[in-house]
Design a protein around this ligand. Structure first.
Ligand SMILES: CC(=O)SCCNC(=O)CCNC(=O)[C@H](O)C(C)(C)COP(=O)(O)OP(=O)(O)OC[C@H]1O[C@@H](n2cnc3c(N)ncnc32)[C@H](O)[C@@H]1OP(=O)(O)O
Ligand SMILES: CC(C)C(=O)C(=O)O
Length: 573
């Protein structure tokens, strides 16, 4: 049925469509990213310039040290001509012999204005490896509104800026500095492609890249306005049409205004980009720069080494939150509080089965779970790989089912409840979460479980308590069981016979009027070694009720008798 168009309540007439690229023989859709790109963190520049309260020198240094520890080799450390804070910070890390490892290049941004360029280059004196990054806007609205100039005027700003950077580098920097140059035509994604190319070529004619003299051409989506596929088309077009391509490091710098910066960066890499600029957790102007953590972890989750250490994601996050004075969203990919957590029943069931299958596969192959390819439903990566535990993988509320509750009991208490017992106990938890709302913690689940199935001296419920007993087997294999018990408050001795202690106990119970029949029985050890405990689970028909009991004891026979008592007492409750 046709979708009937209603007049829109939104002023759609105000917005034009973004321009498509004429590149029908595009190749990027077939490409795969199989190695990490070069990364540049601009947390200390594009990230910092977007903060309500820009980082103090101490917070800047903490962020810089974090980026170095993580393994970033190119770090944009500020806009030194913006003021004394950025200038002094750049000086402070250059002058501290322990701050910048030999294989790390610092980078600084400047507008194409002579006084700013001079101050910028001056800030780099004594650095071992440093890049000056020059930008000017090339997009039509900037040409008309900001610079009020023609295309040639705009191109000239880029050319003059490049020449000035070269001259001041020559004048102010010594041979100890390995100097690099980067140019960005601002809002590349809004600039006519042929004009963006023309400006980049003019910049290259000035800088003269060649063997041992790379130029970084960084093509920013300063404001993201197109689909990632159009962005990729633009990159493929530039990649194909730039001259001196082997001396160009083609860099992508997406912002996240449409919420698709990660996809835009990934597709640009497929389309020929060599390098990505972004910020940790997507900090940056407005909706942020592309998130370097998500990009790196996306590679990791595909078996590609990101060349960045994310193994303690919570430490990265804590430092980031301190430096930026902002909080990471609980749903943020790979790091948020809730991103390895499932509340819903079918997810929890699949996760529990996934963990069980991994364990079984590892056992069958004689390897550890860590040697296997990760295959747990709903968990794109193993949380342990980023330093998280499995504790929060499953959290229980009214949307949860038996799998989640069973997972908590297995994980925290080594109890592997039989399937029908899982169903029984899950209904008890469900009734509680429905009545009280919200989440039930693992500690509360355990308290409910104990209260329901495991009487102990602090909680001596039920009509029957068993103090001890013994069993003998005659030459015909018949067991006689004698049990000291308290029944309805009276101490007594129960005696029964059968072809095993459980059936003898049933016989004894029938003798005091308990109508009990065995339906199912399962047991497992809970741990290895001398203090090993066993858990026994018993499903009984007691009168017209069918219910489960559990017993835990170092002795399996005692565990099974306790399980019977647990079931009988529950029936009498
Ligand atoms: C997309 C980006 O993220 S780009 C980086 C943006 N980051 C920042 O701006 C943070 C640091 N900036 C600053 O501290 C200040 O803007 C400074 C110190 C650089 C300059 O300050 P001011 O001299 O007061 O200029 P102001 O901030 O108003 O900038 C606008 C002027 O710069 C010009 N301009 C803007 N960008 C550029 C450029 N890339 N190259 C040359 N001139 C430029 C504008 O045309 C305008 O000139 P006008 O005053 O003649 O009209
Ligand atoms: C300076 C440039 C690269 C920038 O930050 C942007 O365009 O977003």
């Amino acid at each position: 049925m046709a979708n009937r168009q209603q007049p829109s309540p939104m002023p759609i007439h105000k917005y034009g469509r973004y321009e498509q690229v004429d590149i029908p023989d595009r190749t990027w859709p077939e490409k795969r990213v199989t190695t990490a790109p070069r990364w540049l963190s601009t947390d200390l520049r594009d990230g910092n310039q977007a903060l309500i309260d820009p980082m103090s020198p101490v917070r800047k240094r903490a962020m810089f040290d974090l980026l170095v520890r993580m393994g970033y080799k190119e770090i944009e450390v500020g806009f030194p001509a913006s003021g004394q804070t950025d200038y002094d910070f750049v000086r402070s890390i250059i002058e501290d012999p322990d701050a910048i490892p030999d294989d790390v290049t610092i980078s600084v941004l400047t507008q194409a204005r002579e006084d700013l360029i001079e101050r910028t280059v001056e800030s780099l004196k004594g650095a071992r490896r440093a890049t000056v990054h020059l930008y000017n806007a090339t997009a039509p609205v900037f040409r008309r509104v900001v610079f009020r100039g023609s295309k040639d005027d705009i191109k000239q700003i880029a050319v003059d800026g490049t020449r000035l950077v070269m001259e001041y580098a020559e004048k102010l920097l010594g041979p100890e500095t390995e100097f690099g140059y980067q140019y960005s035509p601002e809002i590349f994604t809004d600039t006519e492609l042929d004009f963006a190319l023309e400006v980049c070529e003019a910049v290259m004619d000035t800088y003269q890249p060649g063997p041992g003299r790379e130029i970084i051409l960084n093509l920013p989506a300063t404001v993201e306005r197109s689909t990632p596929s159009t962005h990729a088309d633009r990159f493929e077009w530039m990649h194909r049409n730039l001259s001196r391509r082997e001396y160009v490091c083609l860099s992508v710098h997406p912002h996240n205004d449409r919420g698709t910066a990660v996809a835009a960066a990934e597709l640009a890499l497929m389309a020929g980009a060599d390098r990505v600029e972004g910020c940790l957790f997507g900090q940056g102007e407005r909706t942020g720069n592309v998130d370097l953590v998500t990009l790196g972890m996306n590679l990791f989750s595909q078996g590609v080494d990101p060349q960045i250490d994310f193994s303690d994601i919570d430490e990265i996050r804590r430092t980031w939150e301190y430096c930026n004075q902002m909080e990471v969203h609980p749903r943020h990919p790979y790091v948020g509080d809730l991103v390895y957590t499932s509340f819903s029943g079918s997810h929890q069931d699949a996760i529990k089965k996934g963990f069980d299958a991994m364990e079984a596969d590892a056992k069958a192959k004689g390897v550890t779970v860590d040697d296997l390819e990760w295959a747990v439903p709903y968990l794109p990566i193993d949380p342990k790989d980023v330093g998280r535990s499995y504790e929060a993988v499953i959290r229980v509320n009214s949307q949860s089912g038996k799998g989640g509750v069973a997972y908590v009991l297995k994980n925290d208490h080594k109890l592997e409840l039989p399937r029908r017992m899982q169903i029984e106990f899950s209904k008890i938890i469900q009734a509680k979460t429905d009545a009280e709302g919200g989440e039930i913690t693992p500690a509360d689940i355990w308290a409910v479980f104990q209260d329901e199935y495991l009487p102990n001296p602090d909680n001596p419920w039920g009509r029957i308590q068993v103090a001890g007993g013994q069993s003998t087997t005659d030459h015909d294999g018949v067991d006689t069981l004698t049990v000291q018990a308290t029944v309805d408050g009276q101490e007594t001795t129960l005696v029964g016979t059968g072809n095993g202690p459980i059936s003898a106990f049933f016989h004894a119970l029938q003798g005091i009027g308990v109508d009990v029949r065995l339906l199912d029985y399962q047991e497992h050890t809970m741990s290895e070694g001398a203090s090993a405990q066993a858990a026994s689970y018993i499903e009984c028909a007691i009168g017209d009720k069918v219910l489960w009991g559990i017993g835990i004891d170092a002795n399996t026979t005692r565990a099974s008798l306790k399980a019977v008592v647990s079931a009988v007492n529950r029936a009498a409750r």
